[in-house]
Design a binder for this molecule. Structure first.
Ligand code: NAD
Length: 483
């Protein structure tokens, strides 16, 4: 039985259990039972975190990169050591199976390792001078300043680690505001950084009313950078706040990822990968494959096999059963969203071939669901489902498939399966997305940039870009002091 401790905020190196604005319950989505309490920050507590981050920035930005690297490497090692316990808390708070939570946590340690290494490598560059009078032109990447990091509940460790790793490696101080549904998971991650040697004030963590916190922190003069992962609607709102106060902003938003499946694709490998990936994290993944575009002559077989295999997915309370392959949705609102999506089906809007219903409670469970032939303008094909739902439509030629894939304003991940080399090159070039994966679904490695285009946001996290996003460019140009 996993024990759950009430969440604490971290302000200027002090763990704070009393929220100046009260507290909120934390609920296990598999049982709907309250498992603990989480403090809600008051304006005064936010101001204390801002002051700490400001002072912390002066310390951390002047700490040599090698020392920042060492502290982050120790933090990553602690995260690996503590991963089994942290993963249990992730499952308790948001429902994903233990193996997935463990993979997420160990993957986050790899992310921190990679970003820490960049603190040793990013030294800037010298630019050749145009005049004999000039001695040097030096371009450096300076840490941007205190960063506000707003992270969601679907990957409470990985998505926070991407932001914390990049910001701390680059020399920024941070105020993390994790999702209110998964506070203890994120706190356990923050504890690794504290125990790894990141000084007091450099890393702060607050919880509470998301709108109040983001409005206050973004407007504060101490804040220099805002990074948000979440929905497009909230991302646009936060982007307008950041613009108003001239703050650098990185939004990592929703998607509605297409998967183009060519007739030359290896059928067995493709269907196994599609079903396995679709229902990971109950489909609550920004890069989850959602619009399956399948060559017409393999379409019927693909739909039938997808439906059959989706019925083999074991759904249940992963906090008490490690054999479960899909847990609950994160909260009741997600079930309501799935029910509304199903209500919009019928006629040309698509037919449910498997699943389609909420599972009787307790717990926020929804069946793995397969929808055949939804019209291209239906809710299923135009609105991000963010749940365990796959829409499958046939296409007649590859250009049509690309045009359907590119028809939305989202552009996060796009996938294709094909054994045809020319088709593979064409798809890699033509699919409009920040990330295109061909013959696999793994777009989230520590070494590569992760980010979208259009309504899916801009900027990248992880990879070298995940470090550079927390820096600003500075030129120092030096002329001779006398002719
Ligand atoms: P929601 O919009 O209520 O909350 C999503 C997240 O945004 C939460 O973590 C919340 O703390 C945060 N948030 C909400 N309002 C905010 C504000 N004003 N300032 C700062 N943060 C704020 O929706 P939900 O039902 O919990 O989640 C579903 C939606 O969220 C989906 O549309 C999905 O696209 C999106 N989402 C995306 C990701 C992602 O990885 N891109 C992750 C989680 C949720």
């Amino acid at each position: 039985m996993t024990t759950y401790s009430n969440a604490k905020m971290l302000i200027n190196g002090e763990w704070v259990s009393d929220g100046g604005a009260g507290s909120m319950p934390v609920i296990n989505p598999a049982t709907e039972q309250v498992i603990g309490e989480c403090p809600k920050a008051s304006i005064e507590q936010l101001d204390a975190a801002l002051a700490a981050a400001d002072a912390g920035f002066a310390i951390w930005s002047n700490t040599p990169g090698i020392e920042r690297y060492r502290a982050l490497r120790r933090s990553a090692d602690l995260l690996r050591e503590r991963a089994p316990a942290i993963a249990r808390v992730v499952t308790l708070e948001m429902g994903k199976p233990h193996a997935q939570a463990l993979g997420e946590t160990n993957g986050a340690a790899d992310l921190i390792d990679f970003l820490a290494e960049e603190a040793k490598r990013q030294g800037g560059r010298l630019v050749p001078v145009r005049s004999a009078n000039l001695l040097e032109q030096r371009v450096t990447q300076e840490p941007i300043g205190p960063a506000v990091l707003l992270t969601p509940w679907n990957f409470p460790i990985n998505l926070a680690a991407k932001k914390l790793g990049g910001a701390l490696a680059a020399g920024c101080s941070v105020i993390l505001k994790p999702a209110e549904t998964t506070p203890a998971s994120s706190q356990m991650l923050v504890e690794c950084f504290v125990d790894g040697g990141v000084p007091a004030g450099v890393i702060n963590c607050v919880y509470g009313d998301p709108a109040m916190i983001s409005e206050h922190l973004i407007a504060a003069p101490e804040t220099r950078k805002v990074s948000f992962t979440g929905s497009t609607a909230i991302g646009k709102h936060l982007g307008s706040l950041a613009a108003q106060h001239m703050k650098r902003f990185t939004p990592e938003l929703g998607g509605h990822a297409p998967v183009v499946i060519g007739e030359s694709a290896d059928f067995e490998r493709t269907i196994a990968a599609c079903v396995g990936t679709k229902f990971r994290n109950a489909g609550q993944v920004c890069v989850s494959p959602t619009r399956f575009l399948v060559a017409r002559n393999i379409y019927d077989n693909f739909v039938a096999e997808f439906a059959k295999r989706s019925q083999d997915i074991s759904v249940g309370d992963a906090s008490v059963d490690d054999s479960v392959s899909m847990g609950p949705l994160a909260h009741g609102g997600r079930v309501t969203a799935m029910v509304e999506l199903m209500d919009a089906l019928g006629g040309t809007n698509g037919e449910i071939v498997s699943g389609g219903c909420a599972i009787d409670g307790p717990g926020h469970f929804f069946q793995p669901t397969v929808i055949a032939a939804p019209a291209l303008d239906s809710a299923m094909m135009t609105q991000e489902p963010f749940g365990p739902v796959a829409g499958i439509v046939p296409y007649d030629n590859i250009e049509d498939a690309v045009s359907i894939a590119n028809s939305l304003r989202y552009g996060l991940a796009a996938y294709a399966f094909t054994a045809d080399l020319d088709e593979s090159h064409y798809l890699g070039r033509s699919l409009r997305a920040g990330m295109v994966a061909i013959n696999h679904f793994a777009v989230g490695s520590p070494e590569t940039p992760f980010g979208g285009v259009g309504d899916s946001g801009f900027g990248s996290e992880s990879g070298v870009e995940g470090y550079l996003g927390y820096t600003e460019t500075k030129l120092v140009t030096v002329a001779k002091s006398a002719p």
